[in-house]
Write a protein that binds this ligand. Structure first.
Ligand code: FAD
Ligand code: NAP
Length: 538
């Protein structure tokens, strides 16, 4: 970068976060000849897969597809052992990537970024860390994660609980042995669905505090057969290219047929096949499940019938049956999830009508009853998409805080930049497909776009880029329009910020599909970064 970089800057680019996004950013930016430093709060790389060490944590996209594609030798040489790999295996993979490409020398661990401010006159970002360091760079990329700001629920008395409290997103690396203990788990989202069966098998007693029942499809995880692996590796490029044509960057496409165009018997046969195959494909059985309430209801009814078949106690089964659309949140995959409620040491505590009033020293109180426990697990999710960004004091032109600009919800152009915050990029930012997709290839697309953009600026002798407000406003409208066409818009979830009290209710990710999104990003570039304003070196 040299000539184009402010002489005062320590680096060309500062990247915050060393997860899947931060690692690949470092690889690409360094290859482009840029001086880069990655700042990471954790004591290791891996992001999501560093923090979420709770028992049962594994991916929900087949590992052979939830993996980097940028280097064919990497994807050919790496050996996944299971269909959906466990957290330790994914973390090993990301550590392997860090070692293989010698990334560690530019990563500063145990460094939490507290603030980032744009110094307009110097044309650089000044970044302050909690450890008291100040660093500067021409560009700053927030690779801080969509699901990385843990949500600790605001329940009275939590801090006065006499037992141990664990949040799934900050699990002790040494693990926790629940043998012989009384445990409470708050939450029944994707995380809880993975934790509950494992803790149930260990603990003397498990109380599950459920506020909203969840649809859970069997994962059908299994060791990866050699034939399966060989077949995928032989066709990796085709499969990856095909994935980019599907709405969610998955290796399967939704069946274009309407659920309503089939007879009930045909439909059930298709749902049954997807149930037996396991995995997220269940939502792809019919193309109109995310759009038509009547179509969606057919899938809901199928899963509710399964719950009643699996769970012995009809009252427990009834309480486990969700009354929302299926696919409100990303579909949860489980192993023996509903079966777990047949165990004599597991009790489902419905807190939908009577919430947990407080956590007493001995355990949660619901109504008049106190559930005495030794340990409490918070599987209570995240302040998603904006949380990790807004927990940093980010200031753009004229010192304007990002929190102020986003007070009514996030506003971005393509989920890549937000107007008034020049040279600041976000990976998987609000307004991009991010959490609605297989995030690995989606992250790769963002990283490549950002790296190419910075290289373009260098080659053109430009030092500053900012999103044009008119284009940003138009994009926000498009993101909202796309959302309004789907049932997800009508259903309370973290996509809408509904899980965080006081958070603006805005559908944050772009739901118009990966192909439309990628096409738009490519067109913007082809038109000379249309909708962005660039400024040359003075
Ligand atoms: P992250 O992995 O979240 O990394 C962000 C990093 O930034 C973290 O290490 C964090 O410590 C760091 N950071 C944040 N703020 C600061 C700060 N102020 N200063 C310094 N460092 C900071 N997606 C899928 O597509 N398939 C899956 O199967 C899947 N499974 C998931 C399972 C779980 C339990 C969770 C929580 C998410 C899952 N996701 C899945 C989504 C997952 O988050 C992404 O796939 C991906 O890992 C995100 O990578 P990232 O690098 O963008 O962010
Ligand atoms: P989540 O979906 O937000 O679930 C949090 C759970 O905690 C919900 O059941 C929520 O109830 C409950 N909760 C929160 N505060 C509560 C309170 N005060 N009292 C009672 N209940 C409370 O979070 P998550 O399970 O961590 O999953 C988040 C996302 O991460 C997923 O959607 C998925 O994208 C990803 N993920 C993927 C996998 C995987 O399979 N690979 C695993 C884990 C996570 P309400 O629903 O009523 O708010």
């Amino acid at each position: 970068m040299n000539d184009e970089t402010s002489p005062q800057a320590n680096f060309d680019v500062l990247v915050v976060g060393a997860g899947i996004a931060g690692l690949y950013l470092l690889y690409r930016l360094r290859a482009a000849g840029l001086r880069v430093r990655v700042l990471e709060a954790a004591s290791g790389v891996g992001g999501t897969w560093f923090w979420n060490r709770y028992p049962g944590a594994r991916c929900d996209v087949d590992s052979m597809h939830y993996s980097y594609s940028f280097d064919d030798s990497l994807q050919q040489e790496w050996k996944w052992t299971e269909r959906f790999s466990s957290q330790p295996e994914i973390l090993n993979y990301l550590n392997h990537v860090a070692d293989r490409y010698e990334l560690r020398r530019n990563i500063q661990l145990e460094t939490r970024v507290r603030s980032a401010a744009y110094d307009e006159s110097a044309g650089l970002w000044r970044v302050e860390t909690e450890e008291g360091e100040t660093l500067s760079a021409t560009f700053c990329v927030m690779a801080t994660g969509c699901l990385s700001a843990a949500n600790k629920p605001n329940i009275a008395g939590l801090d006065g609980f006499a037992g141990e409290v664990y949040h799934t997103a900050n699990w002790p690396p040494e693990g926790v042995d629940f043998s012989g203990r009384r445990v409470g788990i708050i939450g029944t989202g994707s995380t809880a669905v993975q934790v509950i069966p494992i803790v149930a098998a260990q603990a003397a007693q498990l109380f599950v505090f459920q506020r909203t029942a969840n649809y859970v499809i069997p994962a059908r995880n299994h060791p990866l057969g050699e034939g399966e692996e060989r077949e995928t590796k032989a066709h990796y490029d085709e499969i990856r290219a095909f994935s980019k044509t599907t709405p969610g960057n998955f290796h399967f496409a939704p069946n274009p047929v309407s659920a309503l165009a089939t007879t009930p018997a045909e439909r059930d046969e298709i749902y049954e096949a997807a149930w037996l195959a396991g995995g997220g494909q269940f939502m792809a059985t019919f193309g109109d499940l995310p759009f038509s309430p009547e179509a969606n209801k057919t899938a809901q009814d199928f899963v509710r019938a399964k719950i009643h078949q699996i769970v012995d106690d009809p009252d427990v089964a009834r309480r486990l049956c969700p009354d929302t659309m299926i696919g409100c949140k990303r579909l949860s995959l489980g192993t023996d999830y509903y079966e777990t409620y047949n165990r004599s040491n597991v009790e489902l505590v419905d807190v939908s009508e009577t919430p947990i009033g407080e956590i007493t020293a001995t355990g949660p109180r619901v109504g008049d009853k106190v559930y005495a426990i030794d340990a409490l697990v918070l599987a209570t999710g995240f302040d998603a998409m904006t949380g990790s960004l807004l927990r940093i004091d980010i200031r753009g032109r004229s010192g304007r805080p990002l929190a102020d600009k986003w007070s009514a919800g996030p506003r971005t152009y393509l989920g890549l930049m937000t107007s008034g915050f020049p040279n600041l990029f976000t990976v998987s930012g609000p307004g991009s497909p991010s959490v609605l997709s297989n995030m690995m290839p989606t992250i790769e697309q963002h990283v490549e776009w950002i790296t190419d953009c910075i290289s373009y600026l260098r080659d053109q002798g430009k030092r500053e880029i900012d999103a044009d407000l008119d284009y940003e406003n138009a994009w926000v409208e498009e993101v909202n329009d796309a959302a309004r066409k789907t049932l997800r818009y009508t259903c309370s979830s973290w996509y809408l910020g509904a899980n965080i009290p006081g958070k603006p209710r805005v559908f944050m990710p772009y739901i118009g599909g990966v192909p439309a999104y990628n096409k738009r990003c490519a067109e913007v570039v082809a038109a000379g970064y249309e909708g962005f304003r660039t400024r040359s070196v003075d």
